[in-house]
Each structure stands twice: as C-alpha cells, then as structure tokens.
Design a protein around this ligand. Structure first.
Ligand code: ZN
Length: 207
C-alpha cells in the first residue's frame, strides 16, 4: 500500500480528462487500494484518479459516518440515509456513469485538491449509477445523501472539473484568484496526515 501525492488546484493536471478502463486489471485493483489508503490518510471521503495524476475513470469513496451522538453523525445532512446505508462501502467504482438524477440538494463541499476551502454547491439529490466494481463486475446502485453528492463530485474530477467551477461565476473567479495569489494556509501541514487536533476541530467533509 502507498500514500499517493494529491494534486492541488491550480495544477493543470487536474483538468485532464480521464479515459474509461478496458478491464479491471490487478494493477488497477492495487491503484484503487492505494487511493483508498491515501483518501483515509487525509481524512477524505472520496478520491478520483485524476487527483493523483492518473487519467483513468476510477473513483473511491467511503461516506460512512459513525452512528449515535457523535458530531459526525449530526452533519448538516442529518446523518446517513436509508439508501446510503444499503450500499456496501468503501466503494471502488470504475467507469462510473450516472443513469438517472432526481431532485436538488445543496451542500458545503470541500476537496482534497482545494484544501481548507468549503463552498455551497447544488447537485442532484438522488442518483442511480452504473459502474464496474473491483472485480470487473457491472454493478448498479441508487443513493441520495452525502454519498450521492460525493459520487457526483468525484465523477466531475474525471472530467477535469472541480467544485469551485460550480459556484456562481463571480464567486468562482474570486475563490480561484485568491488561491492563485495566496496559495493555501499553512502549506507545510497540507501534505501531512491530518493531526488529531485538526480532526477534532473539523466537522466538514473533504470529497
Ligand atoms: Zn474533490
């Protein structure tokens, strides 16, 4: 297993379009496992191959939240939905395609490629997705809640798109200009694993 480097905006490599995989090879299975390891190490809930400079249509996700009174279970979405709970996670999805979208939901999104920034983004509330799983089998899943938001965010990455592209034009421009001018706060911490203190202070999800 390996922790991979996560590209940060404005790295132009994040804009490359990813290609569908022909088959799920052992190399791609290892890549998916390394991506999950990387995602967990930075306390993310989703990661797309584009973010680690591999232009293949692969996303990994784990949006499970602890049950009970834990603060993470009481996020702004009200915790996991029935549909989310019915999906076995973590997910390794190759060639994911959204077959159906319904409704609208807004959520304060963050991203491992745009660290420390969180902005409200509107997406479809309910989605149906087809993909290949880690064994190369075709699977279909339906979900809403945080998992739906996260899948849509990660598929955007495969198309070279970031959540900060989905803000109003003025806001999008302002955020991008700010990052280009000032970079990210405490850059020396951003490449390291998230510390316990940061974890305790952080209730937002990085997608
Ligand atoms: Zn992201």
């Amino acid at each position: 297993m390996a922790i991979l480097e996560v590209l940060k905006f404005p790295d132009p490599r994040l804009r490359k379009k990813c290609k569908a995989v022909d088959s799920v090879t052992p190399e791609l299975q290892t890549l998916a496992t390394d991506m999950l390891e990387t995602m967990y190490s930075f306390r993310g809930i989703g990661l797309a191959a584009a973010q680690i400079d591999r232009q293949v249509r692969l996303i990994v996700l784990d949006t499970r939240r602890p049950e009970g009174d834990d603060k993470d279970a009481q996020d702004e979405l009200g915790g996991e939905t029935e549909l989310e709970r019915a999906v076995t996670q973590p997910l390794r999805l190759f060639n994911p395609v959204i077959k159906k979208k319904e409704g609208k939901i807004s959520y304060n999104e963050g991203c491992l490629s745009v660290p420390t920034y969180f902005e409200m983004v509107e997406r479809a509330k309910y989605i149906e997705v087809e993909a290949l799983d880690e064994n190369g089998e075709t699977i279909a899943l339906k979900t809403d809640g945080l998992l739906s938001i996260c899948i849509q965010h990660e598929i955007d990455h495969l198309d070279g798109k970031l959540f900060i592209d989905r803000l109003s034009p003025i806001k999008s421009q302002r955020v991008k200009a700010k990052i280009k001018k000032f970079g990210y706060p405490k850059p020396e911490d951003q490449d390291d694993e998230i510390t316990e203190t940061e974890e305790a202070a952080d209730t937002q999800h990085r997608l």
